[in-house]
Write a protein that binds this ligand. Structure first.
Ligand SMILES: [Zn+2]
Length: 170
């Protein structure tokens, strides 16, 4: 008799091995120190940065991206963001606090909070390519990428309409 080997497939939830969920490990690995936390959020300041006070605000619980923000974290996000931004501005006397959320790198929501002064290492460029400045008749300066011209206006209007419809659904 041949041996019958029955394969058993064990289905488990995918294990999330998320560096940012391991708070102490992530602080050591990313060279940062925790300066504040509450029930839902923690703020760490980088010890390896081009500007003093470069910080990360992130939920303690694993929330992958800004579009996945929900629960208590969704309702406390604004307060945490305001509190931490103000503290960073007061501590560094920066002119403004840049806030960046990307999401295509480490899939655990984190806001980069970067104290900024004119002439420092930070860039306000959101689009790639050579930036062209164009003074508009109304006095506003428009910036655009020479490599990536604006998309057709009707396409942009259609997308705005789609967003409005989705938000109306609630
Ligand atoms: Zn995580």
């Amino acid at each position: 008799m041949g041996e019958v080997i029955r394969q058993i497939t064990v289905t488990t939830m995918p294990q999330i091995d998320c560096l940012l969920c391991r708070h102490a490990d992530s602080d050591a690995e990313l060279e940062r120190i925790e300066v504040w936390q509450d029930a839902h959020w923690r703020l760490t300041v980088s010890l390896s940065a081009e500007v003093a006070g470069f910080a990360y605000l992130e939920p303690k619980r694993h929330i992958s991206h800004i579009h996945a923000l929900d629960g208590e974290e969704a309702s406390t996000f604004g307060l945490a963001l305001a509190k931490c931004s103000k503290a960073l501005k007061d501590a560094t006397q920066a002119e403004v606090i840049y806030s960046y959320i990307f999401g295509d790198g480490v899939p655990h929501l984190h806001v980069h909070l970067a104290p900024h002064r004119a002439g420092d290492a930070l860039s306000d460029q959101m689009i790639r390519g050579e930036i062209v400045e164009e003074k508009q008749p109304n006095g506003i300066t428009r910036f655009y990428s020479a490599a990536f011209p604006a998309l057709p206006r009707d396409m942009l209007v259609r997308t705005a309409d789609d967003v409005r419809k989705i938000l109306r659904r609630g």
